[in-house]
Design a protein around this ligand. Sequence first.
Ligand code: NAP
Length: 253
Amino acid sequence: MLILGGTSEAAQLAVAVTKRFGSNLKVTSSLAGRTRVPRPVTGAVRVGGFGGAKGMATWLRAKRVDMVVDATHPFASKISDNAREACDAEAVPRLVLARACWQPKPGDRWFTVSDLDTAATLLPDMAKRAFLSVGSQRLESFSSVRGVHLVVRMIDPSPAVLSLMDHTVVLGRGPFDIEGERDLLRREKIDTIVSRNSGGAATYAKIAAARDLNIPVVMVAPPAREMGESVGSLEKSLRWVETQIALHRGAQS
Ligand code: NAP
């Protein structure tokens, strides 16, 4: 089994399948290699790109992979597209373990936009100090923003000079709690947040803190992706794995 990971859900899945299926299932988790010191993942781990959909297809064939669970981040659309193409080409069953998007609650002041470029164009009219929680790989969209101080959170310090005009970097890795997020927003005098609607619990605290402090959030909707078979919970993905094992055994006997 291959788990496409880099998320807390993928790490939890690796623990759960190892616990439930033990030596009946050989599990490898795949990470892109973006963070310097990734959190430990149970079982075998491979790091780095496959070389596109074709490279992944070759890998699936070489490792005789029987099933793939795509538990990547909802904004990591390239790897998900590649997984769909590679699994289709190699006739390997694939499941997407997808998070539900966050939904606005009473008191939230969300401005939903379709992409980061649109978020960047809104900022000068609404913010003096904006908190960008958009992933360190996606900051180029904000390089032409003028007149707004940008507070950027990233896991590791950037090896390159950021192409942002006026900015501060804060380092941090989720999960974050609401008290910490409230402190950060107050300390940095944030008047607007830009966030991707990633769903999940690990990074939701800033949204709850924004609601408490009456701070508007420019919320970027996730890219549409062709999921195929998908589930929203760990338990359901375990059931899918169980079914795949049974089908595989049936095909072999
Ligand atoms: P992406 O744009 O969808 O992928 C770009 C390329 O990175 C892919 O074509 C692939 O290279 C490689 N790649 C991505 N995920 C991989 C994985 N799990 N294993 C092996 N190669 C992978 O992805 P991204 O947005 O840069 O995110 C990279 C990883 O970080 C993902 O695994 C994702 O789950 C995790 N993550 C992303 C975010 C985010 O904000 N986007 C947040 C939290 C975690 P090749 O084409 O060479 O195979």
